[in-house]
Structures are given as C-alpha cells and as structure tokens.
Ligand binder design. Structure first.
Ligand code: TRP
Ligand code: ZN
Length: 498
C-alpha cells in the first residue's frame, strides 16, 4: 500500500475523532477537497448506488453482501455509546474497484480487506464509507471487509412518516430510583427503511439481503438479544456477558433486531409450523416489570403461527417472538423478534408484525416503491386472523374502504417517501388481496399465497413478479382483479365475499 495514502487516511480519521455528527457533516466537504488534491489517491467519484426509485442514494450497485458478522459492545446501556467491529463477507455481480458502504455511524478506526489494513475514507455528508481494495472485487470471488468503529451513532430522521421519528440505534436512558422503582437503560434498533447504517456499515438496501451473526456484549444484569437463534452466552471479566445469535436465513438490513435491556426471557413450547414441519423456537423478551396486560397481547402467538402458516405456508425462520420496548413508537417487524412498544402491545398489532415475517422479511421488495407488498399482506393477515376468531372479515374490508374513501387513495406502487407507509399501502394493499380472493375463491387464493411464498421466500420481489405469478397460478380473472387494485387511479368497488 502507498504510504502517502495510509498517512492521509490516518490524518483524516484522526480529524473525525471526538467530533459530533453535525460538525462532522460540515467538515466532510473539506476532506473531499483535500483528498482530491492528491493525484495518487484512488478515484473518488461516487460508485453507482442501487438506484432505488425512492431512496436513490442507498446501497452500491453490483455489491452483494453475503453475511455480516457483527460484534457490538454496549458498555453503558441507555447511552448512545457504542463499540463495534463487523466483518462483511462480500462478493460482486460486476467488477468493483471500490466498495462504498452506507455508514453514518460512530468514528471508524480501522478497515481491513481479507485481514490486511486498506485505504478508506468516511464521507459523512454522503453517509458512505469508501474502501479501496488492493485489487478490484470480481464476480465469483469472495472477500472479507472488516470495519472497527466506536462512538455515537448518527441520526437519520425518518423520511416517510407524518410525525418525527429518528431511525436506527435507539437509546433509552434509565430512570433514577423513584417511588422504589427503577428502569434500566436500554438500546435497540428501529431502522425501516434506512436507519441500519447509523450503527452498522452495510449495503443498506433491501435488494441485498444477507445472513447475520450478532455478538452483543453487555454489563452484568443486562441481556442482549438479536434476530435469529441464540447460539451462546458467555461470561467475561467484570461480570460482562456476550450473547451470540445466528440469523441463518437472509434478511434485509432494516429488519435486523438488536436489543439490550434488563429483560426477562420467556420461553414457550416450539410450534411445528416451520419448513417441513420443523419446530419454530418461541422466546419473548419482556423488560423486567412489564405489566400483565402487555404480556397478554402475545399469549396467542402459537395459535397465530398456526393460523397464518395455514394460509401462507411454512413459517420461514427458526424462531419467533417479541422484544417489548418502553418508548412510544410504532411497532416494527424485526426478523424473528418483532420490536413491540408497550403502547402497541395489542393483539392485532402483534398479528400484523408476525405476518411481516413472511411478507417483508422472508419475501422482500427489491425497491422501496414496492413496500405495499409488505404492508398490504400484513394488513390482510389481520382480516384472516379475525375470521379465524369467528369475526366478519367482510365488515373489516368495508371499514378499510371507508378509510380510503375519506383519506383518498393512489395506485399501489409508491412514488414518494411519504407514500411508503400511507393508508393506500396498508388498506388498499390489503383490499387488492381481498379482491383476488373474491375473484378466485378461498382454495385458489390459499394456493396462490403458498405458491408466492414458495417461489420468493429468501429472495426479493417486485410488483410485476406478483402479477406474473397470478397470471400463471390463478389465471386472467385473478390477475385482472389484482391489476385493477394495483393500478387504478380511482378506488375500485369493494369486492364482496360470497
Ligand atoms: N413496518 C412497520 C409496520 O407496519 C411500520 C414502520 C415503517 C415502522 N417504518 C418504521 C415502524 C420505522 C417503526 C419504525 O409494521
Ligand atoms: Zn406493517
């Protein structure tokens, strides 16, 4: 490696240490100018992103992350202090002379390529970490990229909700003892759509799904939890403990769950609704002192798994449960471990997040404009569950129709960030499935859903893929019903079950 490059990188990294995110953002222009003055440095023009139609800055075209092996230390839960090291296993679908990860996180101290130090640069304004490997990464070749970092995560404001929400690494300060009760500090991830790169250098786009090993070190008395199954729990010096989790099926970056809190981990009997009837491990994490009514929202998870797998086919992961959090936030379907605020701990919300394990986490939209494929399906699952409880599904569909008539509607493929999680994505998306069901009948509808999950679980989809599958699985009437609900500018008429 060129010595000049190395010392320059060191200088630049040195500049960033101990500087707040805002100051860092202001400084980054300056660094770009400095770097461009040095002719021996590698090309600095941005690599091509995934070209997402809603978030064009995310990801890198041609980069394929296969696995993230993440080691996180949370020494003071409830603060934003974080230390991390991640090794990404990479390959490429086209030759890549530089790697550009999304990262708006703590300060990077070192980057290694296949174990050896390499040139890197943090472009904080662009929220990218640029790495130049010794030789281009070629298709069919695997490499590892290791990033070490420490400090405070960046803040990404949610670009799509109508109320303010900060995405990514969440820090919940503990309460001082008051009236005999204390609440421990906590941290957790809440990242959809683009918050994961506040704490993890990543190809932060759903078109690049990956498997994860997550190792979380926490102080005595705290529990670490993450997506996947727990593979070990080890005690270290000073009472610290390391919890290790393996998520062996690929998931989108936004769905990675990480939790640190004083948890009660509650195990329940496994439910045999996994692939080939395999058992689905059941564990829920409740903050110590969680009230009974909150826990009751999750009492029927086994039954929900049975009902939903009856419609959707086998549950696609090895485990399911929830981690309850105390701040008032929306619930999120983090993989195998939904993140459930106390204020959202109600049965329909619990059911909705469970349904996202099939639609969102196992089958993932390749472009954010197609997120109705998550929200419409998860919303329709609420109706299927209500019917399984003897309620009138058609009445629920009629209420969705009223909401849409009141609030207005749009074709289902989103065009702006504000549309991603609006009433059309949820209720109109659900009614599109209701229309398909009414057009083809319950048996063919169920067969269609199971053909869709069988075909696309573990992968990504576009709206056109769903339509193409309808064409072959349920024929022209089914496809036409779906297409009308997907594309019509006006709201189609409410389809009525026989
Ligand atoms: N996918 C979530 C749901 O409907 C909604 C959601 C979108 C969300 N972005 C979020 C929740 C960010 C929490 C944080 O279940
Ligand atoms: Zn949802």
């Amino acid at each position: 490696m060129n010595r000049l490059r190395q010392s320059l990188t060191t200088v630049l990294t040195g500049l960033l240490i101990g500087v707040g995110a805002q100051a860092q953002a202001q400084m980054s222009q300056l660094q770009v100018a400095q770097v461009q003055d040095i002719p021996s440095l590698p090309p600095l023009q941005a690599a091509r992103t995934t070209g997402d139609s809603i978030f064009p800055a995310l990801g890198q075209l041609g980069l394929d992350v296969l696995n993230y092996d993440l080691t996180l230390t949370v020494a003071r839960p409830g603060t934003s202090e974080l230390r991390g090291e991640v090794t990404l296993t990479l390959t490429a679908t086209q030759p890549l002379a530089q790697i550009q990860l999304d990262f708006f996180g703590p300060t990077v101290s070192a980057v290694r390529w296949n174990g050896r130090p390499v040139v890197f640069r943090s472009d904080i304004a662009a929220q990218k970490l640029l790495v130049v490997p010794p030789a281009p990464l070629l298709p069919g070749v695997e490499a590892t990229l290791t990033v070490s970092y420490a400090g405070a995560p960046g803040i990404v404001r949610d670009p799509d909700f109508s109320y303010p929400l900060e995405l990514g690494w969440q820090s919940v300060p503990g309460d001082e003892a008051s009236a005999g009760a204390t609440r421990a500090g906590a941290n957790f991830t809440l990242s959809e759509p683009n918050g994961t790169h506040t704490f993890l250098p990543s190809n932060d786009h759903p078109s690049d799904k990956a498997t994860f090993t997550t190792r979380i070190t926490v102080p005595a008395g705290f529990t670490g939890a993450a997506s996947g199954v727990q593979v070990s729990q080890t005690e270290l010096e000073g009472g610290f403990q390391t919890f290790v989790f393996r998520q062996a099926q690929p998931i989108p970056t936004y769905a990675l769950a990480i939790h640190v809190n004083q948890f009660e981990r509650v195990e329940s009997p496994a439910v045999p609704v996994g692939v080939g009837g395999s058992p689905v491990q059941r564990r829920d994490y409740f903050p110590v002192g969680t009230a009974q009514p909150t826990r009751e929202a999750y009492a029927r998870t086994a039954e929900m798994l049975r009902v939903l797998s009856g419609w959707f086919g086998p549950y696609p992961f090895e485990a399911y449960g929830v981690a309850v959090v105390t701040p008032q936030l929306p619930a999120l379907e983090t993989a195998t471990l939904s993140t459930m605020p106390v204020t959202s701990s109600r049965e329909p919300v619990a059911l909705h997040e469970l349904a996202h394990q099939w639609f969102g986490n196992a089958i993932t939209p390749a472009d954010w404009s197609d997120v109705w494929l998550n929200e419409g399906f998860a919303t329709y699952a609420e109706l299927l569950w209500a019917e399984a409880q003897g309620q009138d599904g058609q009445a629920i569909a009629a209420r969705w129709m009223d909401t849409l008539n009141r609030r207005g509607t749009r074709p289902l493929v989103a065009r702006t960030p504000e549309q991603l999680f609006d009433t059309s994505a949820y209720q109109r998306g659900a009614l599109a499935l209701h229309a398909l069901r009414v057009a083809v009948g319950d048996d063919r509808f169920r067969a269609f859903l199971q053909a869709y999950t069988a075909r696309y679980s573990g992968g990504t989809v576009r709206t056109a893929d769903l339509l193409a599958l309808a064409q072959t699985q349920v024929g022209p009437e089914g496809e036409a019903a779906l297409k009308l609900w997907i594309e019509s500018p006006a709201l189609p008429a409410l389809p009525i079950l026989p």
